[in-house]
Ligand binder design. Structure first.
Ligand code: IPE
Ligand code: IPE
Ligand code: MG
Length: 250
């Protein structure tokens, strides 16, 4: 049995429950999308670009305040050089093409991860979009590039150790809030909803700390096919969950 997809409008109308403040997305399935069509993997990454716009505009329309996208993991540096080059070129293309419109839409873009590993031109593009969009107040768009959650946690632990060694804080002051304050995501609430496309049921080293109480929504849709309607369906799914946070239901 197939369920007819609710129209985007209908889905929007039904968005009358709690809107997640923060949605995180593992954008997966570009390679399979390309393979199904007999194309190079890089063509799948190219085809995934409109889906980024769908997710951003869907969040703006639904009133989501923070959208964090997993675009390139630390482990993805182990892919073939040609694929990495294609992904880095797409990053620069995305910034060149979208920065102005994102600014106009009130979107603030931050890139999270080990940006030292990016090429000088990619880093310059990242700096440019971050400063161009710094004043946006409608949506915080975080794009995780060269990102690994364990590395992020190690970096936070090292920074806390340095602060203890410098006498700024005592070991007893190391707690959940001081650790969270050293993560890339310090400025934002934890994700309420984590979406993964392409049907994979794993975290792949994404936001391990931050998703402690996120609701998971896994969709079989491959990332290049993801539309704002898929986002609304994920939010509707989220709205049906009973979030207990370890307590008992009200
Ligand atoms: C997600 O698509 C994009 C990145 C990880 C950069 P994949 O390239 O992982 O696509 P699949 O999983 O091989 O289909
Ligand atoms: C996770 O997808 C990383 C991104 C979406 C950027 P991968 O395709 O790299 O993850 P695995 O290898 O299937 O776990
Ligand atoms: Mg993948």
């Amino acid at each position: 049995m197939t369920t007819p997809p609710a129209s985007a409008r209908l889905a929007e109308l039904r968005l009358n429950g709690a809107i997640p403040r923060h949605v995180a997305v593992i954008m997966d399935g570009n390679g399979r999308w390309a393979r199904e069509r007999g194309l190079e993997r890089s063509a799948g990454h190219q085809a995934g670009m409109p889906a980024v716009r769908e997710a951003v505009e869907g969040c703006l329309a639904a009133g989501v305040g923070v959208l964090t996208l997993f675009a390139f993991s630390q482990e993805n540096w182990q892919r073939p050089p040609a694929e990495i080059d294609a992904l880095m070129a797409l990053l620069e293309e995305y910034i060149a093409r979208e920065a102005e419109e994102l600014r106009e839409q009130g979107v603030t873009v931050r890139m999270l991860g080990d940006l030292e590993r990016l090429s000088p031109s990619a880093r310059a593009a990242v700096d440019a979009i971050q400063s161009a969009t710094a004043g946006g107040t409608r949506l915080a768009l975080n794009i995780c590039i060269s990102y690994g959650s364990r590395a992020e946690l190690v970096r936070a632990a090292r920074r806390l150790a340095e602060r203890v060694a410098a006498g700024e804080i005592t070991p007893a002051q190391v707690d959940e809030s001081t650790l969270a304050a050293e993560l890339y995501t310090a400025a934002w609430p934890d994700p309420d909803l984590l979406i993964r496309t392409s049907g994979e049921m794993r975290i792949s080293n994404f936001l391990l700390w931050q998703v402690a109480y996120a609701e998971f929504h896994v969709t079989p849709v491959l990332w290049p096919d993801f539309t704002r309607e898929d986002l609304y369906l994920a939010i509707l799914d989220f709205q049906r969950r009973d979030r207990r946070f370890g307590r008992v239901s009200a």
